[in-house]
Design a binder for this molecule. Structure first.
Ligand SMILES: *Cc1c(COP(=O)(O)O)cnc(C)c1O
Length: 370
């Protein structure tokens, strides 16, 4: 059996360190906020080459609070990739703003920078770039467009812990970079968690207010904030795991290198394209195939577990049906829709054995050629 990702293996590898961190936190008397959370924020900011880090409850809240902290709200439009996890869109909707999709470049599956300009209107306030699958989006053109139109830029880096764009770590290129520590991410907690990194001390203060009931001083509420805090147990676990992230990412990169070397690209199998300025975190290894469903079924029959990220893009979800009532007549984001029908995520993770990678390569090549 080859699992898609062996989450238990990360605990088993670090059991002693993690158990100690959990015991230390339980004994500390701090169960909300406190030294573990502050230490994690400082350590994660350093890892990201960013000035500030504000830890929050999850990745969705990280995006929502970053938008709110940047002053985005009702009546505003925010440009988002049409091809992303729904959280990117929901965050915009939760602020009362409207997500405006821009189609992906089929080669990278990330937002096509050449199509952003056409989506800008007088109401546009921000662009959210998503580093989908851990592949950095092309930030320089996005930042240039934003500068020209006085727009804010947020990066949804929920899949990109440790990735680099033009040699510099993801974490400080734009106004705010948002993170998720959902268990399956490259840096994952044993529960929910999230963060925002930023170069702005002002934005950092604003985020600290928003995540804590709009309050800096107990029982004085400056704004209508929310309750979205990273808990100290998760912070303590993340501090342990952060020390191993580079090593684990290197192991993911090793898996990706074997796939790229061994899988036979052809009309029925397309491999991820990595621009020369990108160092992906290899959160996912996503291939595209016209025979995707047969391929997935064939692998499943051999107990090789794969997943689809994502079968349907946000605009085709029931949650957005009011905004897109005429999809059967015309689809505004056909590229995102068609990717949903052809993408397949192969098993990848820091604990995947070379033998398992070889098995996947052999079976994919065999299934595609028959
Ligand atoms: C996981 C993920 C999120 C949301 O993170 P949660 O912590 O689950 O809320 C947002 N955006 C992307 C691209 C993700 O992969």
């Amino acid at each position: 059996m080859i699992p898609f990702l062996d989450l238990r293996a990360t605990y088993i590898e670090l059991k002693q360190e993690i158990d100690e961190a959990v015991a230390r936190t339980l004994a500390s008397g701090y169960y909300i906020g406190g030294p573990e959370v502050e230490a994690f924020e400082a350590e994660f900011a350093t890892f990201c080459e960013a000035q500030h880090c504000v830890a929050v409850g999850n990745g969705l809240d990280a995006i929502t609070l970053a938008l709110r902290a940047l002053g985005i709200g009702p009546g505003d439009e925010v440009i988002v990739p049409s091809n992303t996890f729904i959280a990117t869109w929901l965050a915009v909707s939760q602020c009362g703003a409207t997500p405006i999709g821009v189609e992906p470049d089929p080669a990278t599956q990330n937002i096509d920078c050449n199509q952003i300009q056409a989506a800008i209107t007088p109401r546009t306030r921000a662009i959210i770039a998503v580093h989908l699958y851990g592949q950095p989006a092309d930030l320089d053109p996005i930042l240039a467009i934003a500068r020209a139109h006085d727009l804010r830029v947020i990066e949804d880096a929920a899949q990109a812990h440790g990735a680099r764009y033009k040699g510099r770590r993801i974490g400080s290129h734009s106004d705010a970079v948002t993170w998720s520590f959902y268990p399956g991410k490259n840096l994952g907690a044993f529960g929910d968690g999230g963060a925002v990194t930023t170069q702005s001390a002002q934005l950092c203060e604003r985020l600290k207010l928003l995540r804590n009931y709009g309050s800096k001083v107990k029982y004085a509420h400056e704004v209508q904030g929310v309750n979205s805090r990273l808990d100290p147990l998760q912070a303590a676990v993340l501090r342990v795991k952060l020390k191993h992230l580079d090593n684990w990412n290197a192991r993911r990169q090793g898996v990706a290198a074997m796939y790229r070397e061994g899988l036979r690209e052809g009309p029925d199998l397309l491999l991820p394209h990595v621009p020369n300025w990108a160092e992906p975190s290899w959160h996912l290894f996503v291939v595209r195939s016209t025979k995707r469903d047969e391929l997935q079924r064939g692998l499943e029959a051999l107990s090789i577990h794969t997943l689809i990220h994502y079968p349907a893009p946000p605009h085709r979800q029931q949650a957005y049906q009011d905004a897109f009532p005429k999809l059967t007549v015309s689809d505004p984001y056909p590229m995102a829709t068609s990717l949903g029908r052809s993408v397949l995520s192969l098993p990848i993770g820091p604990h995947m054995t070379e033998e398992s990678v070889e098995t996947v390569i052999r079976e994919v090549n065999r299934l595609i050629s028959t």
